[in-house]
Design a protein around this ligand. Sequence first.
Ligand code: NAD
Length: 494
Amino acid sequence: MARQSPARPNSARELLFGDLWEFDPAPESAPAHIEPHYGLFINGRFVAAKSRRRIDSISPRNGAKLAEISEAKAADVDAAYQAAANAFKSWSKIPGRDRSKFLFRIARLLQDRAREFAVAETLDGGKPIRESRDFDLPMAAAHFFYHAGWADKLDHVVPGRRLAPLGVVGQVIPWNFPLLMLAWKIAPALATGNTVVIKPAETTSITALKFASILQDAGLPPGVVNIVTGGPETGALVVNHPLAAKIAFTGSTEVGKMIQHSLAGSGKKLSLELGGKAANIVFEDAPLDQAVEGVINGIFFNQGHVCCAGSRLLVQEGIATTFTARLKRRMATLRVGDPLDKNTDVGAINSLAQLKKIQELVQSGIDDGTVMHQHTCKLPKKGFYFPPTLFTGVSMSQRIASEEIFGPVLSILTFRTSEEAIEKANNTRFGLSAGVWTDKGSRILMMASRLKAGVVWANTYHQFDPASPFGGYKESGFGREGGKHGLIEYSQLV
Ligand code: NAD
């Protein structure tokens, strides 16, 4: 006779996968092929920086040095612009169908080396290999494919008008999606016949430098794309160079404002993709399981280092308690740790500086008297890590509800009516993105028309497509990337 199992308490133990079950390590093993030292990519080849200055590139996964990159100074940035200006003379004149072939080749080569690039991106930036493999690399290739399709159809973007190139474009990008931001910038610039000087972020330059070998293998003419590395000083040199016809910047609002000031009156075209503090709004009639997944993905994707992260959850009062309980339960199942492990959901924080910024803002939330709930996982001893965190009892005036944390931290607020949700969602200096979760189609349309955000997702979150323009309002910047709108940013209409 089977023995009766001991009586269980009413709250039966849940099947949680978090730290209760130890998973065997499943590290991605493909080699990343990272050089110990990189020069600057100017006029189709790697050259030493004239300054001979180097910066250590640290892997946030374990805090170890991954490589050395060069620091470009004025003479180097000038050499890059001269090469780009020279290349523009012929690149801007070759038929669109030929530019299209180069873009297509770049996309195919990225696909061929996707695994190697994904590992390099994860080692350099700390994002889980699952994301660099399944999101960053396929999306980067998709942007080149998409723009390959446009390069010979530029006469059809705006009826009755032709798109002509601007000249040399200076581009400065951030560290959260290093290769993808590069693709967002370079693909439309080349499709429209411009040449490029691009500067990746100082903490994540490796995939941009590896990308140079793809340009060489694709046979791209020398000087069409030049890659200079360095920190803010190099960025300022790229932005202020007199040969730049347009500047495209993605990064923080503070730096974006400085760039806008410095370019005022220069006649240079400018697009700014800056910070955000998106509201993810959940109504009582929403499909709740789906909404829980969307909120979790909205804030913990890429450790929350996402400009359009849903970092403010607005949940309707009647379901606030249940919904928060479900979120906590789902959060406990996230696997936090080594980003190179294929089971990891939340990887390393990109840099020590960013980790300190997150810690400081989280402390402000605690000091303000809000209630913090954190994942109880064991964090790796080496490297930069922060546990997924939620705050309840948050009010709009607190820093955690108004400042961009850019980390895995969610602030939960409540609302009663649609009007209150709209007012709270729009009560921010940013305007990049928002999410709405409801069963009612008419409510989705009403909310989308009244939320002041460049992108509004309905019953989903973080969906991207090269054909869909992306960009912000207010202090989230101006200009659009992707789609026809993105092509116009890199062109003059004639
Ligand atoms: P950041 O502004 O500190 O740096 C971005 C880039 O600008 C880096 O390459 C940096 O070296 C360079 N830079 C710094 N100071 C400069 C200066 N004075 N002149 C010229 N260049 C300078 O931002 P970050 O911390 O690297 O990135 C995070 C920020 O980027 C967040 O605010 C995030 O929201 C934003 N972001 C926005 C989007 C978007 O599409 N809206 C996308 C990704 C990231």
